[in-house]
Design a protein around this ligand. Sequence first.
Ligand SMILES: CC(C)(COP(=O)(O)OP(=O)(O)OC[C@H]1O[C@@H](n2cnc3c(N)ncnc32)[C@H](O)[C@@H]1OP(=O)(O)O)[C@@H](O)C(=O)NCCC(=O)NCCS
Length: 312
Amino acid sequence: MKIELATIQDVPELQELQHKAFGPQCIELGWEDAPPMTESLEHAYEDFAQCTTLKVLDDKGRIIGSIHGKETDGSLYMGRLMVLPEYRQQGIGKQLFKEIQRLLPHNRAWLCTCKQVPAPYEFYLREGFKPFKTEVVGPGLTWVYMEKSQISLRPFNINDAPTILSWCKDRHAFRLWSADRYKEFPAQPNDMMEQYNGDNTYPLTAVVNDIIVGHILLRYPTEDKTHIRFGFVIVDDSKRGMGYGKQMLRLAIDFAQRELGAQMVSLGVFCDNLSAIECYKSVGFRITGEDAYSIDGEDLKGFEMEMELEKI
Ligand SMILES: CC(C)(COP(=O)(O)OP(=O)(O)OC[C@H]1O[C@@H](n2cnc3c(N)ncnc32)[C@H](O)[C@@H]1OP(=O)(O)O)[C@@H](O)C(=O)NCCC(=O)NCCS
């Protein structure tokens, strides 16, 4: 068995494989006209041209498995993971899944699967993918969108501080990030440690392959253990606009919800910090109020933002 890049000549055989691999499931679900079953050959060719497709060949050169992927702005979409029914349970799907991710570098991978077909859904969960959106597509049929970030969060420590502090290049950027929490600019690593003294604070560092790319503080602002407040949100200034902020926030929301029991997260942001506001909105925060501040003799307006979470 070997994995190779598929060529345009393989498209008709890949479509045949698609019918054999998805057909029985679609019949079982009563969804005979599901997209993999009704796709035209013309569309399959168009799709092929836009993606990287891998195929698995058996000893006779017959295609027995495939997957395709497409990377856009650091996000890798993967689809059509399929293995002929008689070749399943041999690790072929897992190898295809790993190979496409190795081949197409990314900082986030995502896919869409039918929740009513448990085997692939559970496989993706085991591979560390998490649902981020669901869509009802028919009676009793739900698409689940799942993603896995290359980013992970770990506890912050003082060795991270010089890197994080170096991302605020001037006083204005520093104030947008930290408001009036620090007396001096530039701040020193020990000042940062002082901010995080005490119980009820969870400073976290976001890393990709051990490289620090972001930072966020989670804390309980009151005695209420269902409310978490985010603060000091920042992404490496050379890596902004690449989706890291959104991924870091999603992980922080997940951490707040699962590990800290949060049913609501809140934060404050200056009204002129458009990238931050857009980033917060993109993960589900909404503006709930306005505040006014006076910092370094400057009058500033801020938004209060909140997001409700389900109890877990
Ligand atoms: C706020 C910050 C963390 C965002 O991180 P980021 O990695 O640049 O953001 P992302 O690339 O993940 O973008 C997330 C979303 O915001 C949008 N966005 C980001 N910057 C934007 C801008 N300047 N204008 C419009 N939209 C913007 C993106 O399009 C994306 O939305 P989408 O997924 O719906 O397309 C980052 O800009 C930062 O570190 N700023 C300096 C520190 C700071 O001010 N922190 C805020 C303290 S309250």
